[in-house]
Ligand binder design. Structure first.
Ligand SMILES: C[S@@+](CC[C@H](N)C(=O)[O-])C[C@H]1O[C@@H](n2cnc3c(N)ncnc32)[C@H](O)[C@@H]1O
Length: 272
């Protein structure tokens, strides 16, 4: 098991951050808080929904599956899985505000029979074991310090023949250059993330579990355009104003310059 890192990023800080920014981020950026999968031109929302569709097909999620979405954000994945595949989804988040907003969208979409949200800590995952066909987690593990432990907990919630669909940030296999490490440190601190692991670490952890068919892909090139889109959003005056008031760390000076990430990126996106 990897040991939790002590980098000052606590679960309480992460929760307070999402409580503080979720309302505004839902208004400004919509219900997806994750990378997009780009194929030619299109909106960021289209790219984000394409990424969900690809991850769902990658994990061979079948219609009607019972899904646990860990770190569900504003419910973007849960709604997509319910609307496109008829899945029943329990989304969990550590943020009360986020769960409330997600539930509101759920009612507006008339999905209350299929989709529920609860406030629960992904570090503990106090949910009935062996009760889901799919555990889905998209860009949540970045906030968790003991990822191997987290993954073993997720797998324990799967029924026999269940599927684990994971999308997250990974660092390259080779050592980072000093400038890349500095940028990564800045990014992690601004986004309240612990340093990502390597794709090979994830594969290794999964291989030591009960899972039998493990497939991992590096989608770095496909998601790269998202950082440029976010940088464009950050240039909007309304958004800058929002950042200034919503989060003291989020003043334009304090935010990592996302435009830098359009240079060769130090981390990528890897579904496992
Ligand atoms: C970058 S957002 C991704 C949200 C969503 N998966 C999506 O793709 O839109 C990270 C999510 O992880 C959640 N999260 C972070 N730490 C958590 C924890 N300890 N327990 C539960 N949720 C957590 C946050 O509240 C947030 O919803």
């Amino acid at each position: 098991m990897n040991t939790p890192r002590d980098d000052g990023i606590t679960a309480q800080r992460v929760r307070a951050h999402y409580d503080r920014v979720s309302k505004w981020s839902s208004l400004l950026c919509g219900e997806h808080i994750h990378q997009g999968y780009w194929e030619g031109i299109g909106s960021i929302k289209e790219a984000q929904e394409r990424l969900i569709a690809r991850l769902a097909s990658f994990a061979q999620i079948f219609p009607g599956a019972a899904v646990l979405d860990v770190g569900c954000g504003l419910g973007g994945s849960a709604f997509w899985l319910a609307e496109h595949l008829g899945c029943s989804v329990l989304g969990i988040t550590n943020s009360c505000k986020q769960a409330g907003l997600a539930m509101k969208s759920c009612r507006a979409r008339r999905l209350e029979d299929n989709v529920r949200f609860a406030v629960l800590d992904a570090n503990i995952l106090n949910v009935a074991t062996a009760s889901f066909d799919v555990v889905w987690t998209l860009e949540c593990a970045e906030h968790l310090s003991a990822r191997e432990h987290f993954i073993q907990n997720c797998l324990g919630l799967l029924k026999r023949d269940g599927r684990f669909a994971f999308g997250g940030w990974a660092i390259p296999e080779q050592d980072l250059r000093l400038s890349q490490q500095a940028l990564l440190d800045q990014l992690c601190s601004a986004m309240l993330c612990h340093e990502p692991d390597r794709l090979s670490d994830y594969v290794c952890w999964l291989k030591s579990s009960k899972l039998t068919n493990i497939v991992a892909q590096d989608w770095t090139e496909n998601v790269r355009q998202t950082a440029a889109e976010w940088a464009r959003t950050l240039e909007n005056r309304l958004v800058r104003l929002f950042l200034r008031f919503s989060d003291p760390r989020g003043s334009p000076k304090g935010v990592v310059r996302l435009s830098k990430l359009t240079e060769p990126a130090p981390c990528g996106m890897s579904p496992v």
